[in-house]
Ligand binder design. Structure first.
Ligand SMILES: [Zn+2]
Ligand SMILES: [Zn+2]
Length: 325
């Protein structure tokens, strides 16, 4: 009796499920829940981090070549079939789609050394003006920092007013180091002025006004070297992207909030870039052996070649201090 009941309920359930399945219209369109009109509260713009770029990609690209002698796209190359079919006759190695079906997949490229994101150089400069170049904390004294933070956290403060307030904070920090050397209250390091390098892309940390013992020690140490007779300035440092990246990584979330940064500042330094799918930069085979490449592919090839040369130099010279200046 019990078995029969169970059997009966199972059959009923299966019948209902079948009925339900028949009612559902299957489509290739993505599922979007219709919840009616919605009001957008806020939009935040940000950049992908290195790990996000690598996660979104299917393959690491590191070869500046396209096809092997048999005209097959090379793995790890700019036309790796995992990024989509390279031409009309090819097939995608990720989704097995053809040129018409495959939407394309991203790759990524790892830089031998980090570089500044040139579009955000002024933001990087402003952050560096405000933080200690040793411990990464904002150089304002704690009471002042708390007051500014309270104002920034106020829900009544409009976003544009917050931008103005951050400009005031940057000005305050700049004037602090401009008038006298500022010793960091947390680590004791003496900070100098941060400015853009003249004639090239770079950032300088000028500590010539700092009466710091370490400078005197450095001067006496190089007294008998060739550098001491040249225009070598011991008080001026180039803040290279390697150093800046390590400073930004150590910044606390509260300090980021104080400078009104919506995201982590290390995202402003580029160590990986996304390689776009081959579907947006198709390769055209001419006479079955020669190929005509898209401008984006050609530009990426130059980046890979320069990157490989730099990587080789760094490994060959076994450089202890690795930077691009
Ligand atoms: Zn595909
Ligand atoms: Zn410090």
């Amino acid at each position: 009796m019990y078995l029969e009941t169970k059997k009966g309920s199972y059959a009923r359930k299966t019948k209902m499920l079948l009925q339900k399945t028949q009612d559902i219209a299957f489509t290739k369109q993505p599922y979007i829940e219709d919840v009616g009109p919605r009001k957008i509260k806020a939009i935040k713009f940000s950049m992908f981090s290195d790990s996000e770029i690598a996660k979104a990609a299917e393959v690491q690209v590191y070869k500046g070549v396209y096809y092997d002698p048999q005209s097959h796209p090379i793995e790890g190359g700019l036309l790796d079939p995992r990024m989509g079919p390279p031409n009309k006759s090819g097939k995608c190695a990720t989704c097995a789609g053809g040129f018409d079906d495959c939407p394309g997949h991203y790759g990524y490229l790892v830089f031998a050394l980090p570089v500044y994101n040139i579009g955000y150089l002024s933001t990087i400069l402003d952050i560096l003006k405000c933080i200690c170049k040793s411990c990464s904390r904002v150089i304002l004294d704690e009471k002042l920092a708390k007051d500014y933070l309270k104002k920034l956290r106020s829900p009544r403060m409009e976003p544009l007013k917050k931008v103005e307030l951050v400009k005031t904070i940057v000005k305050k920090c700049t004037s602090m180091v401009g008038s006298k050397a500022v010793r960091c209250s947390r680590c004791g390091y003496v900070n100098g002025t941060v400015k853009k390098a003249v004639g090239r892309i770079g950032i300088i940390h000028d500590r010539s006004k700092c009466n710091d013992n370490s400078l005197e020690e450095f001067r006496s140490a190089i007294l008998h070297t060739r550098e001491s007779k040249s225009t070598f300035n011991v008080a001026t440092y180039v803040l290279n992207p390697v150093k800046v990246l390590s400073l930004f990584k150590r910044m606390t979330d509260v300090d980021c909030e104080l400078l009104n940064l919506f995201d982590r500042p290390e995202k402003l330094i580029v160590t990986k870039i996304a390689v776009p799918p081959t579907t947006i930069r198709p390769s055209v085979l001419v006479d079955g052996s020669q190929s005509n490449e898209n401008d984006i592919t050609e530009r990426l090839k130059r980046i890979i070649q320069d990157n490989a040369r730099l990587h080789h130099e760094l490994v060959e010279t076994n450089a202890s201090f690795q930077c691009l200046v």
